[in-house]
Design a protein around this ligand. Structure first.
Ligand SMILES: Nc1ncnc2c1ncn2[C@@H]1O[C@H](COP(=O)(O)OP(=O)(O)OP(=O)(O)O)[C@@H](O)[C@H]1O
Length: 248
């Protein structure tokens, strides 16, 4: 088992009001990007939080390599950009980003380049309260990438970002984690984005989310927005929408 492989076995989560996720078993291969899609409230974020070690499963296990997620997170090898994973309000953008490196005991010399890549050049000295929601989200993405993690968990990474910036991020950011052996899992509500960015799409059912489709995405080459116009892209999108039960 590679140190970047994520294995969920018999994983289930129950909250006070009932079952929220699973049981499900799934393995995420090192270096692959997987998108999680499914109806609102089906447990996508819960699955991500279980893998991050932020929640404990009611049943089953998560292992990254052979280790429990909390241990991997402590070592700095796991990085996440969640909507509710707030930036430190009293620190500037640059200080928030370099903190990501420091916590993972990695160098921080790429901070300004990453800040520029997510479109925040000129805002390095701003504090989170001085930024829009989408800008804060992009700062959190820069912070999650600077540690060059083995495991990258992204919850709606481009959710609060305008369409133009989003398409630029869709093109610029994935090479940063694809070129390394990072195991990336992202939650998205956009089927187009899932097909554009991932190697595999897992479709979850209504709450409690179970895996109803596991769809490989094998589109050639570096993907840019222009691929969205190709029939092969549209066929893949339709396959995912069919699995979701959406008629178009
Ligand atoms: N800490 C919690 N306590 C109680 N219930 C929770 C908690 N976290 C999530 N839930 C419930 O578990 C279910 C799954 O939530 P989750 O956020 O994982 O869904 P999701 O698929 O990510 O939803 P969305 O697409 O709307 O963001 C929801 O019904 C939610 O209300």
């Amino acid at each position: 088992m590679s140190q970047n492989e994520i294995r969920c076995e018999g994983l289930a989560k129950r909250f006070d009001d009932g079952a929220a996720l699973g049981p499900l078993s799934v393995t995420f291969a090192p270096g692959q990007t997987t998108a999680l899609v499914g109806p609102s409230g089906c447990g996508k974020s819960t699955l991500l939080r279980l893998i991050a070690g932020l929640e404990d499963p009611t049943e089953g296990t998560v292992r990254i390599g052979h280790k429990p997620p909390k241990e991997v997170a402590r070592s700095g090898a796991l990085s996440m950009a969640f909507q509710d994973h707030a930036l430190l309000p009293w620190r500037t953008v640059r200080a928030n980003v370099t903190l990501g490196a420091r916590l993972a005991r990695k160098p921080d010399h790429r901070a300004d380049a990453l800040i520029a890549l997510v479109g925040l050049a000129g805002f390095e000295g701003h504090r989170p309260a001085e930024l829009s929601g989408g800008m804060r989200q992009r700062a959190a993405i820069a912070r999650s990438l600077i540690s060059e993690p083995d495991v990258l968990l992204l919850d709606e990474p481009f959710g609060a970002v305008d369409a133009l910036t989003r398409s630029k991020l869709n093109a610029d950011l994935p090479p940063l984690w694809r070129d390394r052996d990072t195991t990336t899992i992202m939650v998205t509500h956009s089927v187009d984005e899932a097909v554009l960015l991932s190697d595999r799409i897992i479709v979850l059912s209504e709450r409690p989310g179970q895996i109803i489709a596991d769809i490989p995405v094998m589109l050639e080459g570096r993907r840019s927005m222009s691929i969205t116009r190709l029939p092969v892209f549209q066929a893949k999108t339709k396959e995912v929408l069919d699995a979701l039960g959406v008629t178009v």
